[in-house]
Ligand binder design. Structure first.
Ligand SMILES: [Zn+2]
Length: 103
């Protein structure tokens, strides 16, 4: 019998999700003191998400730049505008825009 690697374990995914949330929480906490550490947490969280094929929810997606993957704090390193029912995030470090639909 060949081993099945594709069977998704819900428990593993749940743990991975919890770790991602934990990392984002930490990224927020350390941002004031060390923003580079926040970026590192985002990097780890993204790696976990990719490894376990977890989709990051819209609330988490808004918290980092999809171009340079830096942790974003509105008013600090990104600007937020509302345009045509969309949230426009402008990353100040890589000068790129991201659009998020508003529900
Ligand atoms: Zn960026």
């Amino acid at each position: 019998m060949p081993k099945k690697h594709y069977r998704k374990s819900h428990k593993v995914q749940q743990i991975a999700k919890a770790r991602i949330n934990f990392l984002f929480q930490h990224a927020k906490e350390v941002f004031k003191e060390d923003s580079k550490l926040s970026d590192k947490y985002v990097k780890i969280a993204r790696r976990i998400a990719m490894k376990h094929k977890i989709k990051l929810g819209s609330s988490l997606k808004k918290r980092f730049c999809k171009h340079c993957h830096k942790y974003l704090v509105p008013g600090v390193n990104c600007r937020v505008r509302i345009h045509k029912h969309r949230l426009i995030y402008y990353c100040l470090s890589c000068k790129h825009y991201m659009r998020h639909p508003v529900k």
